[in-house]
Design a protein around this ligand. Structure first.
Ligand code: ADP
Ligand code: MG
Length: 732
């Protein structure tokens, strides 16, 4: 009945005000149809004599692989698919261009040469494992071309999905020796560590997590993006090749009016229809992108899904990024996922909302829930103490995990928290924990509420949490979850979540060790709080005095992303990852190398784009206009080239990355100023690159009516129907 009612509501809202209703009846029916889980999987497995329940036990890959493969094939054929791939995420994959996943697509068909007959063929062995040559993927020395075997193993924690004619099997990628070559494997290992150590700790607190299906981590990933006019995007080699503008004079209008954030998603721009179509595509894959709104900067937008288990959410977020990039062109737009596409307006983040729960739903970070489940009024503060300790001790790793190249321009700037890793718990909980720590006061923590009375009869007084929210903290607590706010928009958040779970697992384990040795759980927690209290900071993280104060306290502060990446191989951190069984020394070092190489590669592309833009656009424009800083521009080019040559000559990846950082944050910024000065004086008709005004204001670009013909890159003019056809055949 609920479903029918909801449908009716959707139907009636379908075409209000001429805005195309995303949630058409069809789309509603298609929810999750292209993901092999829940009722979809259940129906197909039943046809083959099993049931959806078998998927809950990961050993199905040993016991039921053929049945599942048969059901998947059946489902595939019903949906017009005849191809499959093991789908993986190579190390350091950032969602700038193509979502950065790996896949080799194979037909699920057998061809008989003698009869020329064809038939479908897909077995358990095809489904659960694959082998690939992955030596061309970043591997940090874990694999050479002469020993290039890469093994793909199906990840039972994230469902198989279907797009167009292809089945995608989420998989881990490891070397012949089992070393992680991907983003996924460390997360799975960190989940196992958290599950194991959490079980030990919670047993002491009164809950056997094994009786509740173990522990899971839930995350919800808010995704910020820019949507810009595609024709202007083609007039910016830097955006096309690197995802950010390396030059560009500010437009006369920026964020001065604070008029973009949450402003109407007006149908007067193509953005709304684009966002609707993104939601629709995600809908089919069982990704409920529930929230959409405009963000702070002009042309900046955000989506947020309903949270869920971390590996599934990471895989889905990677798909969301890919879908965003694919759908935007159909609306005459280009989607920018990079963290800082434009100077002087807000950049984009991806808030990683993070919580721990038992598989059957008891939330560990929700005081009432965990205290009730353990029948222990101090379970919550004890768990909290462990997390506080983890943040204080391993803030360097949290900083490392968010060191994406784009975050260079975000962290510490006004829109993202600084590179100092403190946590906000709120005055209320801090007050409680302080008393708990000092042994004053008893009883459980009950989050306060207060009543807001607007003093008018028309609106009744209503309750709000006693805590305000702190958007300046990199890692604030928010009722039932922590929100890692400093994560970059283009990141694959695997490493972020591997770190969060590893550092928490370690502390849970240390607490359990002490309790195993007979120590009182309250004393263990109190000692940890005393030792790590300094990491709690409820004030304004943007305030410089506060930053100095936190620095003086000795909180982890690593301003340079390159240095933060280097902490991956510090003695402390290798010990941690090895102890928790998440990464070996070799894997840590390889990952560090990959991240440094990735950083350097990014900078090099940006530098070479800048050279091209100066030579091919700016110098000619300045010459034609007979005004502007010609000599300085001409001098800039060899400066960049020399710096790139020096990077190439560096003795290792770390040294190269350090030089790249100087090139990017010093040399290129100085040169940018010269370019922007030229832009200021060259007449508009002689300036051949798209300007910030042209890139950042969609309002002048009128939304095409949805049935209207519009242009798509090399495919020429297409109707919307033709567009979808192209997309379904993966022509893009
Ligand atoms: P904001 O933080 O911007 O106010 P929301 O409150 O809508 O946004 O939540 C943002 C994200 O946090 C959503 O993806 C939501 O599903 C997720 N979220 C909410 N509760 C939890 C939780 N307990 N664990 C993990 N993620 C959560
Ligand atoms: Mg948020």
């Amino acid at each position: 009945a609920a479903k029918t009612l909801a449908r009716r509501a959707l139907l009636s809202s379908k075409s209000i005000g001429g805005i195309r209703g995303m949630a058409s009846l069809d789309a509603y029916d298609h929810y999750g149809k292209h993901v092999f889980t829940g009722s979809v999987a259940d129906a197909y497995l039943k046809k083959h004599g099993a049931s959806g329940d078998i998927l809950k036990d990961p050993t199905w890959t040993k016991t039921h692989a053929d049945v599942v493969a048969a059901a998947v094939l059946d489902w595939a054929v019903d949906n017009g698919a005849n191809t499959f791939c093991h789908w993986f995420q190579p190390m350091a994959s950032l969602g700038v261009r193509h979502g950065q996943t790996g896949q080799v697509q194979n037909m699920m068909m057998e061809f008989d040469r003698s009869t020329n007959d064809i038939k479908f063929d897909f077995k358990g062995k095809d489904l659960i494992r694959g082998e690939t040559d992955g030596s061309s993927y970043p591997n940090g020395g874990l694999r050479g071309t002469h020993c290039a075997g890469g093994y793909l193993a199906l990840d039972t924690s994230s469902p198989i999905f279907l797009r167009g004619d292809t089945i995608f099997v989420p998989s881990a990628l490891v070397s012949y020796y089992g070393a992680a070559l991907d983003e996924k494997t460390p997360v799975l290992r960190a989940n196992a560590a958290l599950n194991k150590q959490g079980h030990r700790l919670l047993k002491h607190l009164g809950l056997d997590t094994k009786e509740h299906g173990g522990l899971v981590t839930n995350i919800g990933l808010e995704q910020e993006i820019f949507l810009i006019p595609r024709d202007e995007y083609y007039r910016r080699p830097d955006l096309q090749l690197t995802g950010r503008t390396v030059i560009g004079k500010n437009a006369p209008r920026g964020q001065e009016m604070c008029d973009h954030y949450m402003a109407p998603l007006s149908s007067a721009t193509p953005a709304l229809a684009c966002m609707q179509e993104i939601q629709e595509e995600c809908w089919k894959l069982g990704i409920p992108l529930k929230t959409r709104h405009r963000e702070v900067a002009p042309n900046q937008f955000e989506f947020a899904p309903l949270f869920g288990s971390n590996t599934t959410q990471i895989d889905q977020n990677v798909m969301v990024m890919q879908i965003i990039e694919e759908v935007a062109p159909r609306h005459g737009l280009a989607a920018l996922l990079q963290e800082k596409p434009f100077n002087d307006v807000n950049g984009s983040g991806k808030h990683n909302n993070w919580s721990i729960a038992t598989a059957d739903g008891t939330q560990l970070l929700l005081p009432k829930a965990i205290n009730a489940a353990t029948n222990n009024e101090y379970a919550f503060p004890i768990i909290m103490s462990a997390i506080v300790a983890a943040i204080d001790e391993h803030g360097d790793l949290m900083r490392m995990a968010i060191s994406s190249p784009g975050n260079d321009f975000r962290l510490g700037a006004c829109e993202a928290p600084p590179a100092i890793v403190s946590t906000y718990l709120g005055e209320d909980m801090t007050f409680y924990l302080e008393h708990f720590k000092d042994g004053k006061g008893t009883g459980e923590y009950v989050p306060g509420v207060k009543t807001l009375d607007l003093g008018v009869d028309e609106i009744m007084p209503f309750e709000v949490p006693a805590e305000d929210r702190n958007r300046t903290s990199p890692f604030p607590y928010g009722g039932a979850r922590f929100e890692f706010r400093a994560v970059g928009s283009s990141q694959n958040v695997s490493l972020v979540n591997a770190v969060l779970n590893t550092i928490t697992a370690e502390k849970f384990g240390e607490f359990a060790d002490a309790m195993d040795a007979g120590k009182d759980p309250m004393d263990v927690a109190r000692e940890a709080l005393n030792k790590h209290w300094r990491v709690i900071f409820n004030g304004n993280n943007y305030c410089e005095e506060a930053q100095q104060m936190l620095t003086d306290r000795g909180i982890w502060r690593i301003d340079s992303g390159v240095e933060a990446i280097h902490t991956l191989s510090s003695e402390k951190n290798i010990k941690l990852f090895e102890k928790m069984g998440v990464m070996s020394k070799e894997e840590c070092e390889a990952r560090e190398t990959v991240l440094h190489e990735h950083y350097t590669g990014t900078v090099e592309m940006e530098a070479l784009c800048l050279v091209d833009m100066i030579n091919q656009h700016i110098i000619p424009a300045v010459k034609r206009a007979e005004s502007g800083p010609l000599a300085e521009l001409e001098a800039a080019v060899p400066k960049i080239k020399d710096a790139v040559a020096a990077i190439h000559a560096a003795e290792n990846a770390y040294e190269a990355a350090k030089l790249a950082r100087v090139l990017r944050l010093e040399t290129m910024i100085d040169i940018r100023a010269v370019c922007d000065a030229a832009e200021e004086v060259v007449p508009a008709d002689l300036w051949t690159l798209a300007t910030y005004k042209e890139l950042m204001f969609l309002d002048s670009h009128v939304a095409p009516a949805i049935e209207e013909i519009y242009e798509v890159s090399k495919f020429g003019k297409k109707t919307r129907k033709e567009q979808l056809l192209i997309e379904n055949h993966n022509v893009f």
